[in-house]
Design a protein around this ligand. Structure first.
Ligand SMILES: NC(=O)C1=CN([C@@H]2O[C@H](COP(=O)(O)OP(=O)(O)OC[C@H]3O[C@@H](n4cnc5c(N)ncnc54)[C@H](OP(=O)(O)O)[C@@H]3O)[C@@H](O)[C@H]2O)C=CC1
Ligand SMILES: O=C1O[C@H](COP(=O)(O)O)[C@@H](O)[C@H](O)[C@H]1O
Length: 503
């Protein structure tokens, strides 16, 4: 693998949650895999006053628990530096510029800079603008790249404004909009499964596929992010970005080459072909839910409205299931179903391709409906892998059909290193590869699709928000949404906390 060029990574929001929980551990992982460039400085920026040494000490406790020597840890921590700064204040940027010049000089690093925006999104306008004012957007004597964290706007209008603003100061090829789902190894494997196997691609269309089901279930609630989540909800938090990206990869045409724009052009075309759900159709095609107090388990679990930072009368959805169509040659008439929710019984993300039945039921005496409904399950997490369900004869007299599983688990490749999503994406940006980052036009298209649904909820408060007890699979009414069969309820063999879930 090509080693990235030496550079400085500036993290705005370095005293925040994302930096310590995801970014620093991901950088450490790259360090332990010898994937970092020869010379690297990570400059943390936030208002909190810290020295370089204090920043290193703070970050130390967030390094993943691995079998590494003190020497290894110290070598990693030496990459970290810190600059207290009020990023909202344009007058502070000359200080940043000076510090970058000094670091470049001291460490003999060319002026290759990556700026990572891990701050509240209301700073996404002022930071690029202020960087530009001091010339830190100009790719002279080194590249200048900008990574932006979601949310990319809170609705279609703000998403367009954000894109416009970013493009005032940076070119699209300098922008890296991160969607960590695209960094998941098994999400990328969807491309390989589809386009490198002669057996799948010819049947990956409306002639053979009956419907497609995508689930992303979480056992966690909103934890300490109630204040943020209550203004977001499952549609903005999960569907507009992560799940739409999964839809894009499942439904896209083969790209001409495996390159950023070729792949992103194809996902854009999928979003362009989504049949709009009009405001009038929302109640029928989109179900929203909210977890309520549950007394089923050993301990009672509080409801969403009792969570810290949440309005006690909140109507924000913590669960969403919807049905929609993609109006193009490949997918005409094939229903797509997606569902996502918090406080469900299992943590599981998977795509299920349901194939059409055989044209004639020769073995009509089967009492197992699955036997005549082949399914391909692409498990994204946990227990990453692939499962194909096929019908087989039960040994003995007669022709009784039973469903059996052919499966592959990534865990079987024990010697293969599965990079974390953030590790993979950071490395890609360091190498200038935007393939797994979202492009502005696709982000806007995805917003265009979800916006009428958000409008309908806002304009029609009578559209129900169904309560579901925490720890259940969501409102029962979602079973009526799935006209083509039954939702797959995976994970019969759960650990007590729902974190382990067999294919
Ligand atoms: N946490 C997560 O798991 C995820 C987060 N995100 C997104 O990432 C971004 C960061 O999230 P998260 O880390 O959770 O947020 P936090 O609230 O934990 O951290 C925000 C950071 O921004 C800094 N900050 C706030 N205002 C200013 C300012 N005026 N000048 C300089 N720094 C400022 C804060 O530091 P200080 O107060 O010291 O200035 C802090 O370091 C958000 O946009 C979020 O939506 C996206 C996906 C997941
Ligand atoms: O972006 C987000 O994703 C997480 C789920 O990510 P996963 O990798 O654990 O599947 C979600 O919990 C969070 O609310 C959302 O902001």
């Amino acid at each position: 693998m090509k080693q990235p060029e030496s550079h400085i990574l500036v993290i705005f929001g370095a005293s925040g949650d994302l930096t310590k929980r995801k970014l620093i551990p991901a950088l450490y992982e790259l360090h332990t895999q010898n994937l970092l460039p020869e010379k690297l400085a990570v400059l943390g920026v936030a208002r909190t006053k810290l020295t370089d040494l204090e920043f290193r000490e703070n970050m130390k406790e967030f390094l993943p628990d691995q079998q590494h020597t003190q020497k290894d840890i110290d070598a990693f921590l030496e990459h970290l530096y810190y600059q207290p700064l009020s990023t909202a204040d344009a007058v502070d940027y000359p200080i940043l510029k000076k510090r970058l010049e000094l670091l470049s000089k001291e460490l003999s690093i060319p002026e290759n800079y990556i700026f990572y925006l891990s701050t509240p999104p209301n700073l996404y306008e002022i930071i690029p603008q202020s960087l530009a004012e001091v010339g830190l957007n100009e790719p002279v004597s080194g590249y200048k790249r900008l990574i932006i964290e979601k949310p990319f706007g809170t609705d279609l209008k703000s998403a367009k404004e954000l894109n416009k603003n970013l493009l005032n100061y940076f070119n699209e090829d300098q922008l890296y909009r991160i969607d960590h789902y695209l960094g998941k190894e098994t999400v990328q494997n969807m491309l390989v499964t589809r386009f490198s196997n002669g057996i799948f691609e010819p049947i990956w269309n409306r002639n053979f596929i009956h419907h497609v089901e995508i689930t992303s279930a979480e056992t966690l609630g909103v934890e300490d992010r109630g204040g943020y989540y209550d203004h977001s909800g499952a549609m903005r938090d999960m569907v507009q970005n992560h799940l739409m990206q999964l839809v894009g990869l499942v439904a896209m045409e083969p790209p001409v080459v495996i390159e950023a724009d070729a792949i992103r052009n194809e996902t854009l075309k999928v979003f362009q072909s989504l049949r709009p759900i009009t405001e009038a159709e929302v109640a029928k095609n989109v179900i929203r839910g909210q977890y309520i107090r549950s007394n089923h388990g050993k301990e009672p679990v509080i409801g969403y409205r009792e969570e810290h930072g949440v309005d006690p009368l909140s109507k924000t959805e913590t669960y969403l299931a919807m049905k929609f169509f993609i109006d193009n040659f490949r997918w005409a008439g094939v229903p797509f179903y997606i569902r996502t929710g918090k406080k469900l019984p299992a943590r599981v993300t998977e795509v299920v391709i349901h194939f059409k039945n055989t044209p004639h039921h020769l073995f009509g005496n089967t009492d197992n409906a699955d036997a005549i409904n082949n399914q391909l399950v692409l498990r994204i997490q946990p227990d990453e892998g692939i499962l194909l369900k096929i019908g087989m004869k039960v040994p003995g007299a007669g022709f009784h059909v039973q469903t059996v599983n052919m499966d592959f688990h990534y865990s079987e490749l024990s010697d293969v290193y599965l990079p974390s999503a953030y590790g993979r994406l950071l490395l890609d940006c360091m190498q200038g590869d935007a393939t797994l980052y979202s492009r502005g036009d696709a982000v806007e298209k995805a917003w265009e699709f979800v916006q009428p649904i958000l409008n309908a909820w806002q304009n029609n408060p009578e559209i129900p928000v169904y309560g579901y007890p925490a720890g259940t699979w969501g409102p029962e009414v979602v079973d009526d949404l799935m006209e083509e069969g039954m939702w797959r309820y995976p994970c019969k063999n759960l650990s007590h906390d729902g974190e382990y879930c067999e294919l």
